[in-house]
Design a protein around this ligand. Structure first.
Ligand SMILES: [Zn+2]
Length: 314
């Protein structure tokens, strides 16, 4: 194994996995997609960028995390009018992620973090992560890498130049900048053009979209029904320097999240049935039983200066 990258899950041996479980290392699972990103960016944007950010975060805390190889493909059913896009049925994606989570949990890893590189994976990842929480004794979260740029509210104010909403949506100011930083030689710079979503012309209070938020009544449908180029955002504002700043910030905040989540105690569940249920819980959730008496608002203890719940007595 390359000793500079002790966080590479796939480079460990099984005895080393035993050691990692003993150390209670959190495990990161990056999920990408192979999807059109306009005429100027390759199909692998969502895979390459989530990998770059997950690895950059791991380099900040190299002995305190493991990172799985990036799962390449994602859910892109609405983008199939653009050549090259690979779609994984959303049910397959959910099953695939739950299977990864359950494998990790079975071996003893109890903190699992799915990090997403492709917006439309998010609802599926949210559900998969929730299933890992309910169907194993592990804890899991699912995040989008770009959400790490919102942890410090001042970052985007100083970074973003494009219009909101829509300037950062897809193959945009953000994705193009990050790709320029991570893999400049594969960007067709002469092809970089802004692209706008046609429905934004309506200036609706409800139907609008951006990587960082979406309107409260936004129909999500075929990409080709609101864009001809597949570029959704102001790619012409992208620079390599902005890409480096975004990767550094996302990696810094993601490393903080990994550390905090890894150390966060698991709160006990409460049993509130006066008459105990007479058969195991269905839906694949039969694995666990509540261990607490339903006293989660009870006594708090302070650990390391942070307020934490006292684990209920059995
Ligand atoms: Zn993308």
């Amino acid at each position: 194994m390359d000793k500079r990258e002790p966080w590479r899950y796939e480079k460990l041996t099984w005895p080393e996995i035993n050691d990692a479980v003993k150390k209670k290392l959190p495990v990161v699972v990056p999920i990408g997609s192979i999807e059109q990103h306009g005429p100027h960016l390759p199909l692998d944007v969502d895979m390459l960028e989530v990998t770059g950010i997950a690895h950059a975060a791991a380099r900040l805390i190299p002995n305190n995390v493991l990172v799985l190889p990036t799962q390449v493909n994602g859910y892109t059913g609405h983008v199939m009018d653009f050549p090259g896009t690979i779609n994984i049925h959303y049910e397959h994606l959910i099953h695939f992620m739950v299977d990864i989570g359950k494998s990790l949990a079975y071996h003893g890893f109890k903190k699992i973090i799915f990090i997403n590189g492709h917006g439309s994976n998010a609802p599926n990842m949210d559900l998969a992560s929730r299933r890992v929480n309910l169907e194993t004794d592990a804890q899991s979260i699912a995040i989008n890498w770009w959400s790490m740029l919102t942890v410090d509210p001042s970052f985007m104010k100083g970074w973003r130049e494009s219009v909101f909403p829509g300037g950062c949506a897809h193959a945009c100011e953000l994705e193009t900048s990050v790709y320029l930083y991570l893999n400049e030689e594969n960007v067709k710079k002469e092809e970089i053009r802004n692209g706008y979503l046609t429905f934004h012309e309506d200036k609706s209070d409800f139907q609008w979209v951006d990587l960082f938020s979406a309107g409260p009544g936004c129909a999500v449908s075929w990409t080709s029904s609101y864009s001809d180029s597949g570029v959704l955002g102001e790619a012409e504002l992208a620079t390599k320097e902005k890409g480096k700043r975004a990767v550094d910030e996302a990696a810094k905040q993601f490393a903080r999240l990994i550390t905090e989540f890894g150390n966060r105690p698991k709160p006990p569940r409460g049993e509130h049935h006066a008459t105990p249920p007479t058969f195991p819980m269905p839906w694949g959730q039969e694995f666990s039983r509540p261990t607490g008496k339903g006293d989660v608002h009870g006594e708090f203890v302070r650990t390391g200066g942070k307020k934490q719940r006292k684990v209920a007595k059995k």
